[in-house]
Design a binder for this molecule. Structure first.
Ligand SMILES: C[S@@+](CC[C@H](N)C(=O)[O-])C[C@H]1O[C@@H](n2cnc3c(N)ncnc32)[C@H](O)[C@@H]1O
Length: 242
């Protein structure tokens, strides 16, 4: 898939597909490449752009609320997620976190309990070009914790589910030595339960952070944090098996 961009407008299309807008019509060439300039029959130019992480956040078909790029950045920074890591993830939801990790070169096994969401996530992994690295499994991850235990250990366990504390209790059985757990929670109550589960499981370096980001505005009068929007997204809890 490729993005066709004109100003603020972006359209996701496959090579060979057509684009019809009020700016005219064009057919995406089969051999389209990043940076190609395509012209509609009305003479409007669109630049073809390969999808990168933020484009996935904006353009993948949404089911479960996706993790925001800034929170994914914190997950990568705090856990050192890298190429060739083995990642166990739940729930898949839209699959934005899984797709980012796949694009890093990690091998991701991700669980989604809603069959329709899982099907959409599989298509999203094709759009992201990571279908070979991200295995979307339909089902409740808690049903498979026993069978996942004893297999090749994971380097990273990423959780974005309400029942994360229950899964964290199994982390020592799932993770390689030095492997990390990262749990995203929209509510602090769930983070507190996650911390208790991590400590009970004997994980080390247990910490919870609130993720806040303030956009700056610069104009003729001066510079200050934007007064629009809320800077808070949620809480991230990290812990390590060692
Ligand atoms: C907030 S979304 C996850 C979004 C995802 N991190 C992303 O970046 O797109 C949470 C998803 O977890 C799924 N879920 C909740 N509990 C689960 C479980 N125990 N096993 C598998 N999936 C689960 C829900 O159906 C929902 O789609």
């Amino acid at each position: 898939m490729i993005l066709l961009c004109h100003g603020d407008r972006e359209y996701l299309r496959a090579p060979g597909a057509e684009l019809h807008t009020d700016l005219g019509m064009l057919t995406v060439p089969d051999d389209v490449e990043n940076g190609d300039v395509l012209e509609t029959h009305l003479g409007t130019e669109f630049v073809a752009r390969e999808l990168r992480g933020p484009d996935l956040f904006n353009h993948l078909e949404r089911t479960g609320a996706p993790m925001m790029p800034r929170d994914i950045g914190l997950v990568v920074g705090h856990t050192g997620a890298a190429a060739d890591d083995r990642v166990l993830d739940a729930g898949t939801g839209t699959g934005v976190l899984s797709a980012y990790l796949g694009r890093l070169g990690a091998s991701v096994t991700t669980y989604e309990q809603d069959p329709e969401f899982a099907e959409v996530a599989r298509e999203n992994m094709v759009t992201a070009g990571v279908e070979d690295r991200v295995d979307v499994r339909t089902g409740d991850i808690t049903d498979d914790l026993d069978s996942l235990t004893g297999g090749e250990p994971f380097d990273l366990l990423t959780l974005d589910t309400e029942d994360a504390p229950e899964i964290v209790a199994s982390a020592p059985n799932l993770l390689a030595d030095g492997g990390y757990v990262a749990v995203y929670s929209p509510f602090i109550e769930n983070s507190r339960k996650t911390v208790a589960a991590a400590e009970e499981a004997g994980l080390s370096g247990v910490e919870t952070i609130e993720t806040i980001q303030r956009e700056m505005t610069f104009d003729d009068r001066g510079s200050r944090p934007s007064t629009a929007g809320v800077g808070h997204t949620g809480y991230l809890t990290f812990a390590r098996h060692s």
